[in-house]
Ligand binder design. Sequence first.
Ligand code: RIB
Length: 296
Amino acid sequence: MKALVFGSLNIDKVYSLPHLPEKGETLYCKGYELHVGGKGLNQSVSLKKSGSDSYMAGLVGTDGKMLTNFLENAGVNTDNVGTTDGFTGHAVIEVDTDGQNQMILFPGANGEITPEYCDKVLENFDEGDLILMQYEISSVEYLIRLAKKKKMLIAFNPSPYVDEIKSLPLELIDYLILNEFEGQSLADENDCDRAVDKLRKLNENGAVVMTLGGDGVIYADKNEKVRVPAFKVNAVDTTGAGDTFTGYFLTEILSGEKPKVALRKASAASAIVVQKTGAAETIPEKKEVETFLNNI
Ligand code: RIB
């Protein structure tokens, strides 16, 4: 089975700050780093590192070579990553001393994905292949419907959350993977357990996974509902933790692991990521995750 991520590729400009700025405040930063990122790119790397046959589709600008080079070195197939005349998407990421962040996103080429481009890419994939999407590119609704027509397995991470996500055909999603804020907003429900139950009903045969940061993660499908605690580690930068979780979780579940085991491995992978600065570069190899789990 091919695992296609159709999503964003960003250049991440990461600024380390003593605290996140207040409105009108000017702050000197303690450090600046340039990283590869984008929820799509990060998730394709996580799928690859966890053992999937990972394919990335999306668009970069003429300044995007560092992103495709990175993916190729990581072993992710980039045949379906195109180049436009404009700028590559980028993220301005501010990180405080507790590892919390806030972001400004410039979509750039990620916003130029058209239905025609989706048609062209999906010609290279078949029934039963996985497609994983986020909400940082254009034409997501078209893509979901097209993937369904092709009988692909559909995973969706509705991130970053905006209210228009509510009008997407969410009943077509097989795996809805989201964080607490996204889940509460999408379900219009503050209680996380109840939000998961509500979202699960969108697709009777689908599954919902809601990550709760330090409070662990909840999984529910029509047969079971499980909750797994988080690993306690010292967070330096949480950027990319959710993307790492998503890739690892899908690889494990699609290779037949039980939800509880898949959740534990995915949580371990993201616990490793938060201890370093950056996103895609910090995603661990499977072996590192196994070592982490053996040493708990
Ligand atoms: O999820 C983290 C990612 O969100 C960053 O790499 C940034 O590019 C944004 O897409």
